[in-house]
Design a protein around this ligand. Structure first.
Ligand code: GLP
Length: 241
C-alpha cells in the first residue's frame, strides 16, 4: 500500500491537484473519475487555478463523477453535477461530451446505470479514480454491507444525508432519494486510485480502512487489495495509523 502523508491542508490540496494534472500530462486521453464533498472541493479549485496560469491540453480528457443523487434537480447546489461544474468543469472549459454523469432525474434509473457504465467502458475504462472517504467508510454511495461484486446501481443513502438533502430541496416524503454510484467492482477496476482523506473527523475510519480487516462492513477497506492505490492523508486524518 502506498500511503502519502502531508503536513497541512494547503499541501494536501496541492498534492491532490497534482495527481489529476500529472495523469493528464502522462495520458492526454485519460478518463478521470472525480468525487464530491468537502475533501475534494479545494483540490478542484486548485486544479482550476493552476490551469488558468499554466494551461494544458484537455481536449481529449474525459471527466466523470463517480456518483449522483437521484430525484433532485440537477441545478441543486448539492447535486454532484452542479458541484463538479462550479468547482472545476466550467473553469477547465471541458466540452459537454467529455463530462459524463448520469442525470438526476429519470423514469428508468436501471437503464441510466447501464448507460453510465457503458459510456466509461466505451472510453477504455477508468485511468484514474479520485475517491473521498465517507464517515462510515463508504465509497461513492456504496454504504457498509455493499457486496464487493456490486456494479453501478442506485443505493439507499444514509439517513443523515437524506434528511439534509430532503430539507434543502424541499423533496416530499413520497419521492424516493437515492445514490446512483459506481459499484465496488467498477471502482476496483480503475487502473489507478487515489483515496483522499483529511481532518481529524476521518482519523478513526482511516485507521479502520487501512489497518482493519478487509470487509464489506467498511467498503473502503477493499482498497487494501487494489494493486495501484495511493492513500493521500493529512496529519490529522493519519494520526491513528
Ligand atoms: C459523499 C459522496 C462521496 C464522498 C463523501 C465524502 O458521501 N457521495 O462520494 O466521497 O461524501 O465527503 P466529504 O469529503 O465531505 O467528507
Amino acid at each position: 500500500m502506498k500511503i502519502t502523508l502531508v503536513n497541512d491542508e494547503n499541501e494536501f490540496d496541492t498534492q491532490a491537484a497534482w495527481r489529476v494534472i500529472g495523469e493528464i500530462l502522462h495520458n492526454p486521453w485519460a478518463v478521470i473519475g472525480l468525487s464530491t464533498g468537502r475533501t475534494t472541493k479545494n483540490m478542484h479549485l486548485r486544479i482550476a487555478r493552476i490551469f488558468q496560469e499554466y494551461p494544458f491540453d484537455l481536449s481529449n480528457v474525459t471527466f466523470f463523477g463517480l456518483d449522483e443523487i437521484t430525484n433532485v434537480p440537477r441545478e441543486y447546489a448539492g447535486a454532484c453535477y452542479t458541484m463538479l461544474r462550479t468547482e472545476l468543469i466550467d473553469a477547465l472549459r471541458i466540452e459537454d461530451r467529455n463530462f459524463i454523469l448520469p442525470p438526476t432525474q429519470s423514469d428508468n434509473f436501471d437503464q441510466e446505470c447501464i448507460r453510465f457504465q457503458k459510456a466509461l467502458e466505451y472510453r477504455g475504462g477508468i485511468d484514474l479514480q479520485i475517491l473521498g472517504l465517507g464517515w462510515n467508510g463508504h465509497l461513492g454511495f456504496n454504504q457498509p454491507g455493499t457486496p464487493f461484486e456490486s456494479e453501478t446501481w442506485v443505493s439507499q443513502m444514509d439517513e443523515v444525508l437524506e434528511a439534509r438533502i430532503r430539507q434543502e430541496t424541499q423533496t416530499p416524503p413520497d419521492i424516493q432519494l437515492g445514490g446512483l454510484t459506481l459499484g465496488i467492482k467498477n471502482i476496483m477496476q480503475a487502473r489507478k486510485i487515489v483515496l483522499v482523506a483529511k481532518g481529524e473527523s476521518k482519523a478513526e475510519i482511516v485507521r479502520a480502512m487501512l489497518r482493519g480487516p478487509v470487509t464489506p462492513d467498511i467498503p473502503a477497506s477493499v482498497l487494501q487489495l487494489h494493486p495501484n492505490c495511493e492513500f493521500l492523508l493529512d496529519a490529522a486524518a493519519a494520526q491513528y495509523i
